[in-house]
Design a protein around this ligand. Sequence first.
Ligand code: CP
Length: 310
Amino acid sequence: MKHLLSAADLTREEAITVLDTAAQLAAAAEQGVGKLPPLRGRTVVNLFFEDSTRTRMSFEAAAKRLSADVINFSAKNSSVSKGESLKDTALTLEAMGADAVVIRHNSSGAPHRLANAGWISGGVINAGDGTHEHPTQALLDAYTLRRHLCADQADLAGVNVTIVGDILHSRVARSNVLLLHILGAKVKLVAPPTLLPIGVETWGCEISYDLDDSIAGSDAVMMLRVQKERMNQSYFPNAHEYSFRYGLTKARMNKMAQHAIVMHPGPMNRGMEISADVADSARSVVVEQVANGVSVRMAVLYLILGGAES
Ligand code: CP
């Protein structure tokens, strides 16, 4: 694996290797092993053109736990604000000897451009590009699902995942649908018709406009943030109406199967797509998703930077 640009880059076997490697790294951390040495002398650059809390911090923690040197780049405090291009930013990183670049960008396709233009020689990891993809979020979600629902199998065959909300603007949904299918899960999408993308019927998912009809048969309900910052028109009447139809409330959660879990990639709009009591409930694995993100991103960095061979 040279780059990770899309969840679709992974075969079933490669995805399972990432999840298994993450499990081994998590086990080492649980046994009190602090820093591991495999990326000593390597440089990882976190190149963030768009805001992030979880992804950026967990990539930084992951790289440091593997003993890599980390350079954090935020477009807001850089020469990008003076008009510097992605190409010149990339050439600067190359001059500094970046072995891997973790990029988040508001333009869909920016990580592909960075990986394929020949500006840098290191690996490129997509940490979220526009409304396109967020493959490491899908991997940490798959890891979390496997831990809770299929402890005795390698993949997610037979697992029913319902993804709810703003599918239209969600890179998390796109990457999750791709990876969940690669790993054998069944995916149902629930959203108002206005928040489903054109062509969604080709994604291989069951589609519903009714959350109440979809809750009981799910092993996991993944709520998505309503991405107001990407909305340039009115997609639903108001926040109250959205919550009434598509919010995960305690009453709805109580209709879920006993074993089923509640997921959210974060950041959450509490009171909008998920109520506070659901977010903080015993069924919510939201905080665990963040913790698993560190292990999964360690695995991705380790595999991309050749740790497995060394
Ligand atoms: N889930 C996720 O990508 O969160 P951040 O935007 O905080 O990185």
